[in-house]
Design a protein around this ligand. Structure first.
Ligand SMILES: NC(=O)c1ccc[n+]([C@@H]2O[C@H](COP(=O)([O-])OP(=O)(O)OC[C@H]3O[C@@H](n4cnc5c(N)ncnc54)[C@H](OP(=O)(O)O)[C@@H]3O)[C@@H](O)[C@H]2O)c1
Length: 147
């Protein structure tokens, strides 16, 4: 398993240095965000699909990108566990990312195929907006509630 957690701008050189990732589970935590009087999505389409094009044969999965990194070690928010949303086209990659998320103490939400990762990247922009310009601070996380 490879976890990609570098600034969006350096993803191409970092992947080039990483070598052949075919057959490996590649968990993409990156967000293509830039600042224009607030956070905006920096690209058309989705970052992870650009990454998938650069890593043929890798089992690419988007996860862990929708909350502040400091919460990865402490995902409890009062009575709730924060959600990790997982988008991928590969069943084994989904299982690996879900196991890791549960081990860390998250609730896991299956966000569907890799094309839905675009939605997760936009959700990350909302998180950054709420944490910064929205005045809520970084101690926030998204949660799907169910009756
Ligand atoms: N921070 C968050 O709360 C958060 C939350 C969700 C998603 N993300 C996403 O996760 C990614 C990483 O965010 P971050 O805040 O952790 O960024 P960061 O602290 O700026 O960078 C993370 C690591 O990337 C490495 N790096 C930077 N340039 C590199 C290069 N040219 N080659 C190899 N490694 C390089 C650095 O490793 P060295 O220290 O070894 O140089 C650094 O420790 C971003 O895409 C971000 O959008 C961040």
């Amino acid at each position: 398993m490879v976890v990609l957690a570098v600034p969006w701008e350096v993803v191409p050189p970092v992947l080039a240095q990483a070598g052949d990732l075919s057959g490996k589970v590649l968990i993409d935590c990156t967000n293509p965000i830039r600042w224009e009087n607030g956070p905006v999505v920096a690209i058309e389409g989705s970052g992870v699909q650009e990454i998938a094009k650069r890593t043929p044969g890798a089992k690419v999965v988007k996860a862990f990108n929708t909350l502040g990194a400091e919460h990865l070690q402490a995902p409890k928010f009062g009575a709730y566990k924060a959600d990790v949303y997982i988008a991928t086209d590969d069943a084994s990659a989904r299982n690996v990312a879900a196991s890791l998320a549960r081990e860390l103490g998250f609730d896991v939400v299956d966000a569907g195929p890799l094309r839905n990762a675009r939605l997760l990247e936009h959700l990350a922009v909302l998180w950054v907006h709420l944490a910064t310009q929205g005045g809520m601070g970084r101690s926030i996380a998204f949660k799907v509630l169910k009756k």
